[in-house]
Design a protein around this ligand. Structure first.
Ligand code: 5GP
Length: 122
């Protein structure tokens, strides 16, 4: 999938629309989800134009990739969810129900999150 410069996270990165910033590094930005599903619901995105994890892992520099992983962990520590646990999740593509075509990790926490997914219909 080609990167769409008009996606909402690209606009946040350009400062065209606001976000509730939690953490920022050289290559990554973390901000609160506008429609939180859990008491802690933060989105961590790379600043580069990457659509998905497969795109990012193949095309981002080592520095961008290290920075992104460190940003996810830093958010968990900053949000105080390390002791009780949390969930990191990325929806990718059609089957993953990705709404915004800019790679993002959801960091969920602040409550018991239950089991990860429902049993699938085969
Ligand atoms: P996806 O389904 O792509 O994994 O999730 C996209 C997430 O982006 C959703 O949880 C949605 O609430 C969040 N979102 C969509 N638009 C905005 C926005 O303008 N600002 C923020 N902070 N989050 C957004």
């Amino acid at each position: 999938m080609a990167y769409d410069d008009d996606n909402i996270f690209a606009k946040i990165l350009r400062g065209e629309i606001p976000c509730d910033k939690v953490h920022e590094t050289e290559h990554s930005l973390a901000f609160r989800d506008i429609n939180p599903q859990t008491p802690v619901h933060v989105l961590v995105i790379p600043k580069g134009k990457y659509v998905s994890m497969d795109d990012f892992s193949a095309n981002a520099s080592d520095a961008e990739q290290a920075d992104f992983m460190r940003a996810v962990g830093a958010v968990a520590r900053m949000e105080g969810i390390v002791e009780n646990g949390y969930r990191v999740l990325s929806n990718i593509g059609r089957d993953g129900h990705q709404e915004v075509p800019h790679l993002h990790m959801h960091v969920f926490g602040g409550k018991n999150l239950g089991r990860m997914i429902k049993p699938i219909d085969k």
